[in-house]
Design a protein. Structure first.
Length: 260
């Protein structure tokens, strides 16, 4: 389990690393208040066949960390490798290896759900027969057949999120970086998303999943990293975090770490 002063001892030898962050730091400059430390020496690993949850409140540094790992933001310092590619030296390799869903992932309103998936599949260079089969598969997986040919501008929030997730995984990437994928969804749509993420884990994908929903993190994640004010306070399995803090419930564990 990782802790500010404790080296990792999670039985990592021989495991297939999908994401490795080592001292990732991002500083933004604000004219009024000066430098703002959005991520401060963040260090963790995420392996294939597991879901690593990044848990923290709004403004904790989750999104900044995920954007650096997705090569959208350049780190101020530190290093990271995703899918075997350096996020700075080989950003194109990173982007080919990942499915990245951000909280601001947009859709083209005039395209239908089917057209959206086809469009992004072509961007990834998928051959037509494979793409057609993959689009049909994802429409079934997410229950989108009924609105497959409806323009995205006419879809509900839950429907659009299904399209966004399907768009993210159209090319069947080995690494998924998902920034609060269930945010604002009703329980039925959120359950569909969670089941899909669990299926991706069973397929040995590496999944980094950010959330501020503690129940969701406890149910879904194999290991959890607690991030607060840009710092990763600790990471490990639920049981390891219980031992570390002496607390049983996720909310109590979280409060013990961020207030300690």
């Amino acid at each position: 389990m990782n802790h500010p002063d404790v080296p990792s001892s999670e039985g990592e030898a021989g495991r297939d690393v999908g994401i490795e962050a080592d001292g990732l730091t991002k500083i933004f400059h604000d004219r009024r208040i000066g430098d703002v430390m959005a991520a401060d020496s963040v260090k963790f690993r995420c392996f294939h066949g597991e879901i690593f949850g990044l848990l923290g409140p709004n403004g904790a540094g989750k999104t900044t960390t995920l954007r650096m790992l997705a090569s959208v933001l350049r780190p101020t310092s530190g290093r990271a490798r995703v899918g075997g590619h350096d996020v700075v030296q080989d950003s194109l390799g990173v982007r080919r290896s990942i499915g990245y869903l951000s909280t601001t992932t947009g859709l083209y309103g005039r395209l239908t759900a089917r057209e959206t998936l086809s469009y992004f599949g072509r961007l990834h260079g998928m051959p037509s027969p494979l793409l057609k089969a993959r689009v049909s598969e994802l429409l079934d997986v997410f229950g989108m057949q009924e609105f497959a040919d409806v323009r995205c501008e006419k879809l509900s929030t839950g429907m659009r999120q299904k399209v966004s997730i399907a768009r993210t995984v159209i090319h069947d990437p080995p690494v998924l970086i998902l920034d609060e994928p269930t945010l604002g969804l009703d329980i039925l749509v959120a359950s569909t998303m969670i089941r899909f993420v669990e299926e991706c884990r069973a397929q040995k994908k590496c999944i980094l999943f950010s959330t501020h929903n503690m129940n969701e993190a406890e149910r879904l994640c194999d290991r959890i990293g607690i991030i607060h004010r840009g710092k990763l306070k600790a990471s490990g399995s639920i049981e390891e975090l219980r031992i570390l803090t002496g607390k049983r419930y996720m909310e109590e564990i979280f409060m013990a770490l961020v207030e300690g």
